[in-house]
Design a protein around this ligand. Structure first.
Ligand code: SF4
Length: 416
């Protein structure tokens, strides 16, 4: 098979790997321009906020494992292909030279064995970095069960590495991905955490030359949502744990795409995209808004409200904390106000050193007044409707949102 034939198979096989914050579209377009369901190029964000286009491809979809939720599992009869390291390196560098891509998102099925696959991936990186002197962004997946020495070698040539957890509990892993286990996933993740920390602490060496970078964009993981019975609380607790103990940069949530009629999997007609979206919003609250998972959900209420974003939902369940006076509230209190985001909370804290904050100024600072007004006072003035209790406020916000979503299903990802 020629390289183009392999690319068609292996770019398509990679489309269920999440590297950006949305799941694959089903919209096909065989005759016109553009086709949202095709794999190939995806986008990711670097640590400084730049959006980069990446060639998203598998090294091989010839997998010896049989994870029930995966289109590439060995028991599926589908075309198989495997690049050689040279083929993939040349393909990447040629796409880069033609300005199609700025980097590479490289994953793989388990081809022959975890270590053999990692060695092939490593060869590809070495060719790219050393032979072709490619300095662009590379995000690679670690194959669970591979040798830590290979993970170490990898880390010098890649910007970000992911060890995918896929399923939130060991029980589900045993059921649906019998060749994987918690230990084979957590071991490389722990190893990466340790090595990234060591690398950050390494002092400049002789004449100020720094130690070589090791996974400078950090590590991430992916969790499939909706393939197994775990609730949102379980998923969010796991993410919280990963952020605090493994120093992860991102947890990606991937709504389960029904690709299999395996009786162990739920019979879904469409992927649970709204649930995925709520988890991304809650994840944002953990990382930037200083919320704890236990504040957002609990055993009595283990799922997110699909109609309301988690921050507004929290505010409505905790109306006793409001209204807060924007001229006096702490940064943490400001962050909890629906309509005030991280940037606007920082701007308020700076601006009020020299000004008394008014509603007009708040608006200029980026606050969404029509949402925030029910939760704040501004120099003692309250502009909301005092007669609105939790239920009426909820209806009010749902009505507001339906004005914006009546033409489609897309939700705002990061409502402040
Ligand atoms: S290891 Fe499992 S999830 Fe990964 S490609 Fe193979 S079957 Fe799919």
């Amino acid at each position: 098979m020629d390289t183009e034939g392999k690319l068609i198979i292996l770019a398509d096989a990679a489309k269920y790997d999440v590297s950006c914050s949305s799941s694959g579209s089903q919209r096909k377009n065989p005759s016109g321009i553009g086709n949202a369901s095709l794999g190939g190029i995806c986008h990711s964000w670097t640590a400084d906020g730049r959006c980069v286009s990446l060639l998203k491809v598998l090294f091989s979809n010839d997998c010896i494992y049989d994870c029930a939720y995966c289109v590439n599992r060995r028991s599926v009869d589908r075309p198989r292909a495997t690049f050689t390291p040279e083929e993939l390196a040349v393909l990447t560098i040629n796409f880069y030279r033609r300005n199609y891509i700025e980097g590479l998102f490289l994953s793989s099925g388990v081809y022959k064995s975890p270590n053999h696959t990692m060695e092939c991936l490593l060869q590809t990186l070495l060719l790219l970095r050393k032979k072709y002197r490619f300095g662009g962004y590379i995000h690679t997946k670690v194959i669970p069960g591979s040798d830590p020495a290979l993970v170490d070698a990898f880390g010098q040539y890649t910007d970000r590495m992911s060890v995918n957890i896929e399923l939130p509990t060991e029980k589900s892993l045993t059921l649906l991905a019998p060749q994987k286990n918690k230990e084979s996933i957590l071991r490389p993740m722990k190893h990466l955490t340790k090595r990234i920390k060591e690398n950050q602490l390494e002092k400049p060496t002789w004449r100020g030359r720094k130690a070589p970078l090791f996974v400078p964009a950090g590590q991430s993981t992916q969790l499939i949502v909706g393939a197994t019975p775990e609730d949102d609380l379980t998923v969010l607790r796991l993410s919280e744990n990963l952020y605090s103990h493994y120093n992860l940069k991102r947890v990606y949530y991937s709504a389960y795409v029904p690709v299999s009629d395996n009786p162990l999997l739920p019979a879904l007609s469409t992927p649970p995209l709204r649930r995925e979206n709520r988890l991304y919003q809650a994840d944002w609250l953990l990382r930037f808004y200083r919320f704890k998972a236990s504040e957002l959900l609990d055993e009595k209420r283990p799922y997110f409200d699909l109609d309301l974003d988690p921050k507004t939902d929290w505010a409505l369940r905790n109306l006793q904390f409001f209204p807060v006076e924007v001229n006096k509230a702490s940064y943490e209190q400001l962050l909890r106000v629906p309509g005030i985001g991280v940037k606007s909370a920082k701007r308020i804290v700076v601006a009020r050193k020299n000004n008394i904050i008014s509603f007009e100024l708040l608006s200029r600072l980026g606050v969404v007044i029509k949402r925030a007004q029910y939760f704040i006072t501004c120099n003692g003035v309250f502009r909301g409707d005092k007669t609105m209790d939790k239920t009426r406020l909820r209806h009010h916000f749902l009505a507001e949102r339906s004005k914006f979503t009546s033409y489609g299903q897309q939700l705002f990802l990061f409502e402040s």
